[in-house]
Design a binder for this molecule. Structure first.
Ligand code: ADP
Ligand code: MG
Ligand code: MG
Length: 880
C-alpha cells in the first residue's frame, strides 16, 4: 500500500480531490503545488495510516518507515539540505490535517530537526544567530507542550520572567545569547515535568511528532468536536511533513493569514493580517498586534503589507485571483515570506458568516465564477437563521464600555461568565450568557456553543474565538484590549468599570462595541442579496413552503418571509386567551346542555374573529386549520381561584367542579382522549369550529372578492371510520351554514397522518380525505413509543452513545418514521391520485428532513415562520 504522498518541487502525487485520503491540508498543498504555486516541498502520510494504526493496537504498517524515509530523502534533495546535518540542517514542520479542519487535533510543530548541534549549523548557514536560536526556542516549546504534554504556561512563565528582567516587551528584541538561556531553561522544565530528556535525535523527534498527531485523533477534545459535528471517528487524520520556510529571519520576512474576500461581510476585498519577522501562529496568538494586508484597510499608524513588503504583496494578489479562479470559492490562505519571497502553506475554502456566504455566492454567480445552482448550494440553509438575527436598536440608550474587533456580527446580551463550564451550566438553565475570556482555545468550544456571544481581550479577526464564533453563528467581539479579567475573583474591569460574573453586558459583533447591561434590539433588515437568493431558490424548488401559524403576528411574519400559505393553524392556541379560557372551561365541564351551548356560542364569536384576521392576512393563500386536538384536561382549571370562577359561572359548588375535573383526568393524556376522539365524542365543539371557519371564509371572500378555500384538518385519525364520521359531521355543519346564508363555498377536508396505523391504512383513509398532512412530531412519538416530554432523560444519552444517529425530533428518522411517511404517500396516492400531501411537524424546517420530503414527493412542507427562508432554500437545494 502507498502510505505516503509527496508534494512540491515537481513531484505532486496528490490532488485536491484526494481530501479523504490526504486530509484537507495535504490535498490542497498538493493541488497548489501542482498548479505551480510556491509550496515548500513535503509529504503527506495518509488517513489510512491513522485507521490502520487504531485497528492494529496502535501499531504502524510495517512499510511505513521505509516510505517516510524515502519521502524525507526527496525533500532533502529538493532543498539541498540534510535532516540532522550539523552544518546545514533541513528543518520540517509536522502538521495534522483531517478531511475537515478540526480543533482539538495536535497543534503544528515547527522547526523540527533542531538540537544543540544543528542549531549552530543553522546559525552558520543562515548567517543569523538570533534567528537560529529563536527557531530553536520555538521548537522546544512547541515540542515540549504539544508532543510531550508540558503545559504551555510553564514555558510562558519562564519567558515572561526573562523579558521582565531584560526589560523588553517584544520577542523580537531578544538576542541570540538570551535565547540560549531560555532554551536551557526550557529543557529543564521539560525534564522536570516529564522525567524525560528532550529528544535531540531528529529521527526520534520526527516520529514523536507523527505519533502525537495520530494520538491526538482520539483525544477527548477531538472526540467531543467530532460528536458535535457528526464526524465519524473512522475518517482518521493525515500527517503532513513539510520543509520549513522562515518568516522569522528578519524584517524582509513575515507570516500571515488572509482571505480572498472579507469573511465577515463578503465584500470583494483582500482581507487578512500579517506580522513581520514572525513565525507560525504568532499572528493568531495575539503576542504582537497583527497588521492589515492592504493600504485600503489600514488605519492611522498601521503598517500594511502592501507598503512594507510590496513585492510579496503583489505576488499574493496574483495568487489570490488564481486560487479563486481555481477553486471557485473564497479561500483562506496561510503564507510566509522568507527574504521577500512568498510561500504558500495552506489554502482552504474560507469560513464565513452567513451574510458573507450570501454575498459571496451572489457575487460569484454574477462574476460567472459559479452557476446560480452553485450559489444556491453555497449558502447553508440553516445559516439564514443568522441573517434573521437582531441588531441593536439605534434609538436605544446605551453605555459603551469599550470596543474590540467586530469578529462575528449580530447583537447579543447576557450575563457575563468567565469559564466555558459556567457558560454551559447557566445556558442549560435557560439563561442568556456571554462568555468572556482573555482568549479562547478548543477547550472553550462547548461553552461558546452555549453562549449568546463571546468577548475576548486578545486576538485578531482570525483568532480562535473569531473563527469559531463565525462558524457557529455566535456574536463575537474579539481583541478588546481594555478588558482585564481576573479569573480568581471572577471580575472583569474595563476602563474603571468593574463587572462581576452574572452582570449583564451587550455585544455588537458588527461594530465591535461592548455595552453595559441590556441594550434593546431590532429585527434584521433583509438585504437585496437575500431577496435575490430567495428568488433563485423559489424558481428552483418543487416543494411548496407554508408556515405553522395561528396568531396574526405569526401569520404576518410568515408572509414577510415568503410562506405560501399556512400548513397548520392550531386552534387550541386560540383557546388559551384570557378572554376565552373561562368559556372553554365551562364548555368542557358543564353537564347542562343549555349552559354548555351558551359557552360554545360565545366561543364561536371569538373563533370566527380569529379566522377572519388570518384569512385577511393570508389574502387568498391556502390556510389549513386543525380542529381542536389536545386532551381536554389541558384546559382544566387547577388553581383554587380558577376552580371557584368556573363554579360561579356554572352555578355549582367548588367540590362539584373539583370532582368533575378529577373525573376528566387521564393517566396518559397524549395517548388519551384527544384529537378526533374528542371531536367525535363532543361533536358540538367541532361543529362550532367548522361553523366559525366557514362563516369567516364567507365574510373574507365577500370583503376581498377572493374565493377563500378553507382547509379543515381532522387530527389524530387512526381509522377510516373516524375520518368518515368526522367528515360527515363537518359537511353537515358546512351545508347548514351555506343554506342559512344562501351562499356557496369551496372547501377541503383532510386529516393528519400522525399515528402509525393511519400511515398503514392511508389507502383506506384517503377515500375520505382531500389532503394529508404528516404530523411528524406525534408520528415520531407514536412510532418510537416515546413521549417528547419524558425523552429528555434518555434521548441525549442515546445520541451521545450512538444508539440513535440524531435526535429524531429534530431530524426525521428516515428508516422508521420516514418509512411510514413514504408508505402513507404511496398508499394515499394509489387511492386518490390528486391527494395533496404536506408535512407540518418541526421537521418541516430542518434541511435534512426537507431533503427526505423532497425525495418522497410531498407537495409542501410547513414550518415555524422564522424557519420559512431556511425551508425555501433547503427545498431548492434538495431539488438540485
Ligand atoms: P493549523 O491547522 O492550526 O492552521 P498549520 O499546520 O496550518 O496548523 O500550521 C500553522 C502555521 O504554522 C501555518 O499557518 C504556518 O504559519 C506555520 N507553518 C506550518 N508549516 C510551516 C512550514 N513548513 N514553514 C513555515 N511555516 C509553517
Ligand atoms: Mg493550530
Ligand atoms: Mg493552518
Amino acid at each position: 500500500t502507498k502510505w505516503v504522498y509527496s508534494f512540491g518541487n515537481g513531484l505532486n502525487e496528490g490532488r485536491a480531490e484526494m481530501r479523504n485520503l490526504l486530509g484537507g491540508k495535504g490535498a490542497n498543498l498538493a493541488e497548489m503545488a501542482s498548479i505551480g504555486l510556491p509550496v515548500p516541498p513535503g509529504f503527506t502520510i495518509t488517513t489510512e495510516v491513522c485507521s490502520a494504526f487504531y485497528d492494529n493496537g496502535r501499531k504502524y504498517p510495517d512499510d511505513l518507515h521505509a516510505q517516510v524515509g524515502a519521502a524525507m530523502q526527496r525533500i532533502e534533495e529538493a532543498m539541498g539540505l540534510r535532516f540532522g546535518d550539523a552544518d546545514a540542517p533541513l528543518l520540517v514542520s509536522v502538521r495534522s490535517g483531517a478531511r475537515v479542519s478540526m480543533p482539538g487535533m495536535m497543534d503544528t510543530v515547527l522547526n523540527l530537526g533542531l538540537n544543540d548541534t544543528t542549531v549552530e549549523g543553522l546559525a552558520r548557514s543562515s548567517g543569523d544567530e538570533r534567528f537560529a536560536w529563536d527557531s530553536y526556542r520555538r521548537f522546544v516549546q512547541m515540542y515540549g507542550s504539544v508532543v510531550m504534554g508540558v503545559a504551555h504556561h510553564h514555558f510562558e512563565d519562564v519567558l515572561d520572567q526573562f523579558k521582565r528582567t531584560l526589560g523588553v516587551v517584544d520577542d523580537t528584541a531578544i538576542s541570540a545569547t538570551q535565547w540560549r538561556e531560555v532554551v536551557k531553561a526550557y529543557h529543564e522544565i521539560i525534564s522536570e515535568h516529564t522525567g524525560q530528556e528532550f529528544p535531540s535525535d531528529p529521527q526520534a523527534q520526527l516520529w514523536g511528532a507523527i505519533g502525537a498527531v495520530f494520538g491526538s485523533w482520539m483525544n477527548p477534545r477531538a472526540n467531543t468536536y467530532r460528536k458535535l459535528h457528526d464526524i465519524p471517528a473512522s475518517w482518521g487524520t493525515a500527517v503532513n511533513v513539510q520543509s520549513m520556510v522562515f518568516g522569522n529571519m528578519g524584517d524582509d520576512c513575515a507570516t500571515g493569514v488572509c482571505f480572498t474576500r472579507d469573511p465577515s461581510t463578503g465584500e470583494d476585498v483582500f482581507y487578512g493580517e500579517y506580522l513581520v519577522n514572525a513565525q507560525g501562529e504568532d499572528v493568531v496568538a495575539g503576542i504582537r498586534t497583527p497588521q492589515p494586508m492592504s493600504r485600503a484597510r489600514a488605519e492611522e499608524g498601521q503598517n500594511p503589507m502592501e507598503t512594507v513588503l510590496p513585492d510579496a504583496y503583489a505576488e499574493l494578489l496574483r495568487v489570490r485571483s488564481l486560487l479563486e479562479g481555481h477553486y471557485h470559492d473564497m479561500q483562506d490562505i496561510e503564507f510566509t515570506v522568507q527574504r521577500n519571497v512568498l510561500y504558500l502553506l495552506q489554502t482552504r475554502n474560507g469560513k464565513r458568516t452567513a451574510a458573507a456566504a450570501l454575498k459571496i455566492a451572489i457575487d460569484m454567480a454574477r462574476e460567472g465564477l459559479i452557476s446560480k445552482e452553485d450559489a444556491i448550494c453555497r449558502v447553508p440553509a440553516t445559516s439564514l437563521d443568522q441573517l434573521l438575527h437582531p441588531a441593536l436598536d439605534p434609538k436605544a440608550e446605551r453605555v459603551q464600555l469599550t470596543r474590540g474587533l467586530p469578529a462575528s456580527p449580530g447583537a447579543a446580551s447576557g450575563a457575563v461568565v468567565f469559564t466555558a463550564e459556567e457558560c454551559e451550566a447557566r445556558a442549560a438553565r435557560g439563561e442568556d450568557v456571554i462568555l468572556v475570556r482573555v482568549e479562547t482555545s478548543p477547550e472553550d468550544v462547548h461553552g461558546m456553543h452555549a453562549a449568546r456571544g463571546v468577548l475576548t481581550a486578545r486576538g485578531g479577526m482570525t483568532s480562535h474565538a473569531a473563527v469559531v464564533a463565525r462558524g457557529m453563528g455566535r456574536v463575537c467581539v474579539a481583541g478588546a484590549g481594555s478588558v482585564h479579567i481576573d479569573y480568581t475573583t471572577m471580575v472583569m474591569t474595563i476602563d474603571g468599570h468593574s463587572i462581576a460574573e452574572g452582570e449583564w453586558i451587550t455585544l455588537d459583533g458588527s461594530t465591535g462595541a461592548v455595552y453595559l447591561g441590556r441594550v434593546a434590539t431590532i429585527p434584521p433588515i433583509l438585504s437585496d442579496d437575500f431577496n435575490t437568493l430567495m428568488g433563485w431558490a423559489d424558481a428552483t424548488r418543487r416543494l411548496g413552503v407554508r408556515a405553522n401559524a395561528e396568531t396574526p403576528d405569526d401569520a404576518k411574519t410568515a408572509r414577510r418571509f415568503g410562506a405560501e400559505g399556512i400548513g397548520l393553524a392550531r386552534t387550541e392556541h386560540m383557546f388559551f386567551g384570557p378572554d376565552r379560557i373561562g368559556l372553554v372551561r365551562q364548555m368542557i365541564i358543564a353537564d347542562d346542555e343549555a349552559v354548555r351551548q351558551r359557552a360554545i356560542n360565545a366561543l364561536l364569536t371569538f373563533q370566527r374573529d380569529d379566522f377572519v384576521s388570518i384569512f385577511r392576512i393570508m389574502a387568498g393563500l391556502p390556510v389549513t386549520v386543525r380542529l381542536l386536538d389536545p386532551p381536554l384536561h389541558e384546559f382544566l382549571p387547577h388553581a383554587e381561584g380558577e376552580i371557584a370562577e368556573v363554579a360561579t359561572a356554572l352555578g355549582r359548588t367548588v367540590e362539584e367542579i373539583r370532582a368533575r375535573c378529577a373525573s376528566l383526568a387521564e393517566a396518559n393524556p397524549m395517548l388519551g382522549h384527544r384529537g378526533c376522539r374528542l371531536g367525535l365524542t363532543n361533536p358540538e365543539i367541532y361543529a362550532m369550529q367548522v361553523r366559525a371557519l366557514i362563516e369567516a371564509a364567507l365574510q373574507v371572500s365577500d370583503e376581498t372578492g377572493k374565493g377563500i378555500v378553507p382547509e379543515i384538518m381532522i387530527p389524530l385519525v387512526a381509522t377510516k371510520a373516524e375520518l368518515e364520521v368526522a367528515r360527515r359531521a363537518a359537511e353537515a355543519e358546512i351545508i347548514s351554514v351555506l343554506q342559512e346564508r344562501g351562499a356557496s363555498l369551496d372547501y377541503r377536508i383532510g386529516t393528519m397522518i400522525e399515528l402509525p396505523r393511519a400511515a398503514i391504512q392511508a389507502g383506506e383513509i384517503a377515500h375520505h380525505a382531500d389532503f394529508f398532512s404528516f404530523g411528524t412530531n406525534d408520528l415520531t412519538q407514536t412510532t418510537f413509543g416515546l413521549s417528547r416530554d419524558d425523552a429528555g432523560s434518555f434521548l441525549p444519552f442515546y445520541v451521545d452513545h450512538g444508539l440513535l444517529p440524531k435526535d429524531p425530533f429534530v431530524s426525521i428518522d428516515r428508516d422508521g418514521v420516514g418509512a411510514l411517511v413514504r408508505m402513507g404517500v404511496e398508499r394515499g396516492r394509489a387511492t386518490h391520485p390528486g391527494l395533496k400531501l404536506g408535512i407540518c411537524g418541526e421537521h418541516g424546517g430542518d434541511p435534512d428532513s426537507i431533503a427526505f420530503f423532497e425525495a418522497v414527493g410531498l407537495d409542501y412542507v410547513s414550518c415555524s415562520p422564522f424557519r420559512v427562508p431556511v425551508a425555501r432554500l433547503a427545498a431548492a437545494q434538495a431539488a438540485l
